[in-house]
Every structure is written in structure tokens, then in C-alpha cells.
Design a protein around this ligand. Structure first.
Ligand code: FAD
Length: 321
């Protein structure tokens, strides 16, 4: 069965987040040969439409309004609803990001449809679309089939590969007008902590530090390794609680959930709450002085040793590549 699928392109600081391109790939699978329509909401975002086309959208619809300059659940759900009214889709895909997690239940509620969230894989099997999502903090996976209504999914970043970018792909970038009214929240300004380098939730390589780094300065060798590998620095809650780094770096049950290609855990014991945020990483390397540390149970490669000796050695070796 072919479907028309709307895919939300998520814009941050004037650029599309990578998960938007991954969502297009998921949208293609759901469309089963039907049409994938990229959706952009904002106050001056139409120039980004071309990129969605390059990554496989067949066409793009833009809602531009100065009330959409900053994200609000109210404003974005009204704008998205206007696109749904104009397009009557059979499928919808968002990224499972802070924005997607906030917006998707509201949109699903308004449409009276279900929502399969945090999808990590999607395949066609036996005539059905099967969605895989982690449950119990990543300890098990459930597979879901949607039998009724609009197929609505949010996809976890870094799990469903985007299509190859192809600049020869083209298509229409049209617009829809939405009447955005009665906003209960007006955001005057967003003050974001200055963050260095790569966005943690989309990073392909993460070097994470725990209480074992012992101080704020102890993160320096980790930052150097992250620089050499083009990765981001993350942390355990132990390190955040000890004030060695900012809570925005926290990975785990009450922090960010990440799935990089490579996760290097340095001086992290491997508490269950930390594993909940990183155990689905593709390759896990653990560096810990304690050979009995729990982190070794999930690690693909374990190095028993002092991180202050091992991390600089790794950095030097990777520099040679
Ligand atoms: P520790 O457990 O103290 O481990 C430090 C490790 O460093 C040890 O294994 C030690 O052997 C090693 N080490 C020390 N020095 C060196 C060295 N020089 N070289 C190499 N290794 C060294 N935690 C999270 O991370 N994320 C969460 O989201 C989270 N949410 C939580 C939610 C709840 C409700 C609760 C109760 C807890 C949560 N925690 C979370 C906390 C979690 O239980 C652990 O306390 C925390 O993860 C421990 O952090 P750590 O591994 O850095 O520290």
C-alpha cells in the first residue's frame, strides 16, 4: 500500500538537524513507494527546503510565520495541523528529539491517532511495517505493527541511516498558510549555554567521563581525544554531581540517550542508570582501573588501566591515522 508521509524537518540555529534526513529515510520506508513530503515550520526557513529534497523528500511544504520564530508547542502544533489539513497524510515522522518528544503527542492527540515513539529500526516483514523500539531503559526491544489510522512515528537519532545526499534531486517547495492564534507561551529569547563542538545527541563518537576524571581539568584529555576523533564529550551523572562538568553533558536514564558509532567510557563504573543512556551504542570501549567494573559487561573492548595514561596514548595513536 502506498502512502503519503509528512516528515518534519527540524531546524536549529538556522540549520537542519541530521535527524531530519534520517526521518526522510524512515518516511520513504513508510510511504512504500508513495510520496514523502518534507515539512518546515519557522519564520524564515524555506531556503532549507532544497536540502530536504537532496536527501530524498519528493516535495516540501513550508509554513512561515513570525510566531514560529521560536518553538512553542502551541504554535508548532497549530502550524503542523494546517499542513495535515492541506495534505491528508497517511504517515507522519518526527525525530525523537526534545522538540519531537514535546510536539508529537500533542499532534497525535489532536488527530486522534496512535504514536510509536523512539523507533530505532523499521522494516517491512510479511506484508507489515514493523517498528522496533527499546523498552525498560534499553534492556529489551519491542516490535510494533500499526493496524489502524495514520502511521505516526518518532525516530531516535543515529539509528536509521539517511539516504545519500544527491544534489540532482529536485521537487516543489510550496507553502501553506496557518492561522496561529491564542498562543499561551511567548518566548522572548533563548539563552543557550555555550557548547563546544559536536552536538552530543547526534555525535557519531562520544568520549564520556565519570567520577574517575576527578576534576574539571580531568576532562581536558577527553576533550583532546574527542577533537582528534571529531566527537563530542559526554559524562556520567557522577561527574556532573561532582561539578566536574555541566549537566547538559549527562548521559543516562535522567540525561541524554545516545547511540553513537563509538562510545568511549572513561572512569565510569557502569551503573544501570548510565547504561540506560548508552548501551545501544554500536561499539563501546571502557577504560577503568577496576577490572570488576560493571561497565566491562556491556563493553566490546575493555582497557583496565588509569585513564590519565590510556586516554593520551589513544589520542597520540589516533593522531597518526
Ligand atoms: P562511580 O560509580 O563513582 O565510578 C567511578 C569509576 O571510575 C569507578 O569504576 C572507578 O574504578 C573508576 N576510576 C577511578 N579513577 C580512575 C582512573 N584514574 N582511571 C580509570 N578509572 C578510574 N547516572 C548516570 O550516569 N546517568 C543518569 O542519567 C543517571 N540517572 C540516575 C537516576 C536515578 C533515579 C538514580 C538513583 C541514579 C542515577 N544515576 C545516573 C547515578 C548512577 O546510579 C551512578 O551513581 C552514576 O552513574 C555513577 O557515576 P560514575 O560511574 O561516574 O561514578
Amino acid at each position: 500500500m502506498t502512502r503519503k508521509v509528512l516528515v518534519l524537518g527540524e531546524v536549529r540555529d538556522g540549520s537542519l538537524r541530521n535527524v531530519s534526513f534520517e526521518a526522510i529515510a524512515a518516511g520513504k520506508t513508510i510511504a512504500e513507494g508513495g510520496e514523502v513530503v518534507g515539512v518546515l515550520l519557522g519564520d524564515s526557513v524555506s531556503a532549507l527546503g532544497e536540502q530536504l529534497l537532496h536527501y530524498g523528500a519528493d516535495r516540501v511544504v513550508v509554513v512561515e510565520d513570525e510566531k514560529l520564530k521560536q518553538y512553542t508547542s502551541d504554535g508548532f502544533s497549530q502550524a503542523f495541523q494546517a499542513v495535515v489539513d492541506a495534505e491528508s497524510p497517511e504517515g507522519i515522522v518526527f525525530g525523537h528529539t526534545a522538540l519531537g518528544k514535546d510536539l508529537s503527542p500533542r499532534v497525535a492527540g489532536k488527530l486522534g491517532t496512535g504514536l510509536v515513539s523512539d523507533v530505532t529500526a523499521l522494516e517491512e516483514a510479511g506484508g507489515n511495517l514493523v517498528f522496533t523500539r527499546p523498552i525498560y531503559s534499553g534492556k529489551a526491544f519491542e516490535k510494533k505493527i500499526i493496524t489502524d489510522g495514520i502511521i505516526f512515528a518518532t525516530i531516535r537519532p543515529n539509528n536509521i541511516p539517511a539516504l545519500e545526499k544527491d544534489e540532482s534531486r529536485s521537487g516543489e517547495v510550496g507553502s501553506v498558510t496557518a492561522e496561529i492564534k491564542d498562543l499561551r507561551t511567548i518566548i522572548k529569547d533563548v539563552v543557550r549555554k555555550a557548547s563546544e563542538g559536536v552536538d552530543l545527541s547526534e555525535a557519531k563518537v562520544i568520549i564520556a567521563g565519570g567520577r574517575g576524571v576527578k576534576s574539571e581539568d580531568g576532562f581536558e584529555p577527553l576533550k583532546e581525544l574527542a577533537n582528534v576523533l571529531g566527537g563530542a564529550v559526554g559524562a556520567s551523572r557522577g561527574a556532573c554531581d561532582a561539578d566536574y562538568c555541566d549537566y547538559s553533558l549527562q548521559i543516562g536514564q535522567t540525561g541524554k540517550v545516545v547511540t553513537p558509532d563509538l562510545y568511549i567510557a572513561c572512569g565510569i563504573s557502569g551503573a544501570i542508570q548510565h547504561l540506560a543512556g548508552m548501551s545501544n551504542s554500536k561499539v563501546i570501549v571502557a577504560i577503568n582501573k577496576d577490572p570488576e567494573a560493571n561497565i566491562f559487561k556491556v563493553a566490546d573492548y575493555g582497557i583496565v588501566g588509569d585513564l590519565f595514561e590510556v586516554v593520551p596514548m589513544l589520542t597520540e595513536e589516533f593522531k597518526k591515522l
